[in-house]
Every structure is written in C-alpha cells, then in structure tokens.
Design a protein around this ligand. Sequence first.
Ligand code: FMN
Length: 164
Amino acid sequence: MDQITPGPGGERDFRAALAHYATGVTVVTARSDRGPIGITANSFTSVSLDPPLVLWCPARASARFPAFVAADRYAIHVLAADQLDLCRRFARAGEDFSGLAMTATPEGLPILPGCLARFDCTAEAVHEGGDHAILVGRVLRASVRKGEPLLFWDGRYGDFLHHD
Ligand SMILES: Cc1cc2nc3c(=O)[nH]c(=O)nc-3n(C[C@H](O)[C@H](O)[C@H](O)COP(=O)(O)O)c2cc1C
C-alpha cells in the first residue's frame, strides 16, 4: 500500500486517501437571517442512539459556515440516488431553492422534496475540528421512505449494488 503522511505538502494525498471511504450524501438546511440556506455534506455520521445524536462538519472556509454554526436547528436530508441535481445545486450555492416544492418542519426548517430520510435536529454542541467544526445535533424526529441512496466515493457518484 502507498504510505501518506498528512501535513505540509501532503494535503492533496491525504484528501485522496480520505476519499477512499465511501459515504452517502446529505443536504443540511437551516434558516438564516437572509432566509433558507442549504449545504451539501458527506461528513454526516450517527453518534448516539440514547440520547439520539448525529454529527456533521461544515468547513470554516465555506461562506455558509457562520450561518450553520449559529443555527439553533437544522434538517439533515439523506439524498436518494435520483437526487444528484440537489447534491450539485447545494454544493454550488447555499441560497438557491428556486423551482423546488418546499415545505417546512413544525419548527420552520426548510424541507427538500424527495429525500430518502430526514433528521430534524436541535443544535446540541459545536466542537473544534481543525479547519472544520463538528456540529452535534439532537434528533427531534426522523422521517424515512423506501428507496435507493446516492453514494459518493473517490470524487465520484454512484448507487448501491445489492449482494443478496
Ligand atoms: C459530495 C460533497 C460532499 C461535501 N461535504 C461537505 C462537508 O461535509 N462539509 C462542508 O463544509 N462542505 C462539504 N462540501 C462542500 C459544500 O457543499 C460547498 O461546496 C462549500 O460549502 C462551498 O463553499 P461556499 O459556501 O464558500 O460556496 C461537499 C461537497 C460535495 C460535492
């Protein structure tokens, strides 16, 4: 195996090594002073069943970082295989909800249509995480539907291969 030493000069290789880990893709939404905001994030992870906690990590370099760190609630949407357009849209722009049939949670969080699962959270903690922050959310409610996930690996998108 190739050895990679993270640190000065090794950032690109380190990023490439991390990209070997396949993930799903989420879009996190919240309300900001300027209206609804969203961000594509694959850093989503489950943390605890009792209490029900999850986490995700916004990058400090993102223009959307201050709004998400300040948000007292956010909704984490797990994207379905047919939602690559939403993934790309919210990787590009944080405030472009045009043309989407939007609804809202009882708390007023923006709901994206057609997602595989959604975790409505209150902000539980914000931890230091280097060039990212670690946002721990307490799940108020989870909504799910049947379907296939959008997957992300090595900078590429794909879908699930069944081995039944
Ligand atoms: C598949 C995928 C996963 C991503 N995951 C994260 C993430 O976990 N955290 C994050 O801060 N940005 C993530 N991004 C980048 C953001 O979606 C967005 O592109 C970035 O915030 C752009 O910065 P801006 O707000 O300055 O325009 C991801 C992008 C893609 C395409």
